[in-house]
Design a protein around this ligand. Structure first.
Ligand SMILES: *[C@@H]1O[C@H](CO)[C@@H](O)[C@H](O)[C@H]1NC(C)=O
Ligand SMILES: *[C@@H]1O[C@H](CO)[C@@H](O)[C@H](O)[C@H]1NC(C)=O
Ligand SMILES: *[C@@H]1O[C@H](CO)[C@@H](O)[C@H](O)[C@H]1NC(C)=O
Ligand SMILES: *[C@@H]1O[C@H](CO)[C@@H](O)[C@H](O)[C@H]1NC(C)=O
Ligand SMILES: *[C@@H]1O[C@H](CO)[C@@H](O)[C@H](O)[C@H]1NC(C)=O
Ligand SMILES: *[C@@H]1O[C@H](CO)[C@@H](O)[C@H](O)[C@H]1NC(C)=O
Length: 420
């Protein structure tokens, strides 16, 4: 029973994305930490954000594993970290096997919830073991699909600014003129682009939408579907500690702090050296995928790892980090239509935080359809909201969506009878 419970958050994040049984990645596919492709050439810092730095056919047979794709490419592209310094990331681009005709190509940027402080959990590699069903579904619509490793080379899980920047720059790299027509067969000037993410994937997607006007004003984004939003990282930590989702915490704390060396060093010093909740165990999250971290930390008090418990996170050096990178709605207002879907009984991120974020945006001129589901919790909503998200995406990518300010309503959608 406990084992099954421990897997439920995993189902929320991954089940809709996984086709068939996960198998080990083929031995010929090297993990990011061991693949020299995952690096930037000398001097890349002076290139513009979104510049393609390396390009290859994705190794192995990824297009066949995923299905409905004629080709898959890996792109290394220039982006900007949370300190606004040059960095790079990798994305995977899928070409639909039956593309839409002529100049009507469409691009879905699909942010997977990989939720890990382990670079080898990056989607460009993890997709071999768990080909995402949603990517196949999108390809079957004739859409091109972009799947960025938005946490970047340090796997900075929950670093909002970096995640947003790297999502936006992955899109820029695909739409950059010279490559696109030649390699990706996408019509950059007429193609519509939309974003989709759930939970950790919605984190990256949401930060992209709020940073877009400032960081990538030239990008035209047709819309974004954001499910299971986690607007306030402090409240997520407070909510999941001691529960089956406690394993989200160490990857998040370390991933966020990886962008701020002072905060990282401080947190490391604050971890208890011994006892049942010690530094070694906490840091082991660096080599854990989400399912591994959930299993390892299930039910644990995640503040007990620190000498000063919760107070650790009130230290100015940590607060500085969280204020800059951990709270949505602090860097701008989305300028494209948003569909937000959220379970009222979400047990990972309180619905009140999403309510407040939506209210704030709506007061500042955003176009949002926000649906709060009376049924299910965080994991269930990924399934319950799935069809409505796809419907919204098809509508914005086909140019058929008529924006109408903000609409907020409670719905009863019961596709899965899972309570969580
Ligand atoms: C490809 O798309 C079709 C619908 O066009 C769908 O029936 C099929 O399952 C898809 N293939 C895969 C591998 O998902
Ligand atoms: C491609 O790049 C070349 C060289 O930079 C430039 O002359 C040309 O205009 C570009 N083509 C497009 C379609 O942007
Ligand atoms: C595609 O090209 C046709 C003919 O030039 C034009 O009428 C149409 O508006 C274009 N479609 C888009 C999405 O730009
Ligand atoms: C996030 O939650 C914390 C703890 O409840 C609260 O102190 C803080 O003001 C919240 N931040 C935002 C931006 O809502
Ligand atoms: C750290 O915690 C782990 C797991 O509880 C335990 O096996 C290990 O002995 C602990 N290490 C120290 C130094 O206490
Ligand atoms: C959802 O549907 C299941 C049957 O599929 C039912 O048992 C359950 O009570 C329903 N939940 C709600 C909240 O309607």
């Amino acid at each position: 029973m406990l084992f099954l419970a421990g897997l439920l958050p995993l189902i929320g994040s991954f089940l809709p994305l996984v086709s068939g049984l996960p198998t080990s990645p083929s031995a010929t596919i090297r993990p990011p930490s061991q693949d020299p492709f995952y690096s930037a050439p000398d001097g890349y810092e002076t290139t513009r954000p979104g510049t393609i730095l390396r390009l290859r056919r994705a190794p192995g047979n990824l297009e066949a594993l995923v299905g409905n794709a004629s080709a898959a490419y890996n792109v290394v592209y220039r982006t900007t970290d949370s300190q606004y310094r040059p960095t790079w990331s990798v994305t995977t681009v899928f070409i639909p096997s039956r593309p839409r005709p002529g100049n009507t190509s469409a691009l879905l940027s699909y942010q997977i919830a990989y939720d890990s402080y382990d670079v080898d959990a990056s989607p460009s590699y993890a997709m071999y073991a768990a080909p995402p069903v949603d990517v196949s579904i999108a390809l079957s619509q004739g859409w091109h699909v972009n799947v960025p490793d938005y946490e970047g080379p340090q796997a900075a899980f929950t670093a909002g600014v970096l995640s947003g920047h790297s999502t936006l720059d992955s899109i820029r790299s695909i739409l950059s003129a010279n490559t696109t027509t030649a390699t990706f067969h996408i019509h950059a000037s007429t193609s519509r682009t939309a974003l989709w993410g759930y939970s950790g994937g919605a984190l990256a997607s949401e930060w992209a939408t709020e940073l877009q006007q400032k960081y990538a004003p030239e990008l035209r984004l047709a819309g974004a579907a954001l499910g299971g939003l986690t607007p306030n990282i402090t409240n997520v930590m407070n909510t999941v500690t001691g529960t089956i989702s406690a394993g989200l915490v160490p990857g998040s704390v370390l991933g966020l702090a990886s962008q701020y060396p002072d905060a990282y060093a401080f947190l490391l010093r604050q971890l208890k050296p011994d006892g049942p909740h010690n530094r070694t165990s906490y840091l082991a999250a660096q080599h854990m995928t989400l399912p591994e971290a959930l299993a390892f930390f299930a039910g644990q008090d995640m503040y007990d790892y620190f000498r000063h418990g919760r107070a650790t996170f009130l230290a100015p050096v940590v607060q500085h980090t969280i204020l800059r990178d951990g709270y949505m709605g602090t860097h701008g207002v989305p300028r494209m239509p948003i569909f937000a879907y959220k379970a009222i009984h979400d047990e990972v991120s309180p619905v009140a935080d999403t309510d407040a974020l939506v209210q704030q945006y709506c007061g500042r001129g955003a176009t949002i359809r926000y649906e709060r589901n009376r049924v299910g919790g965080h994991s269930a909503e990924a399934i319950n909201g799935h069809a409505r998200a796809l419907q919204f995406l098809a509508s914005v990518l086909n140019g058929l969506y008529s924006p109408s300010g903000c609409t907020i309503r409670d719905v009863t959608v019961n596709v899965t009878d899972s309570a969580l």
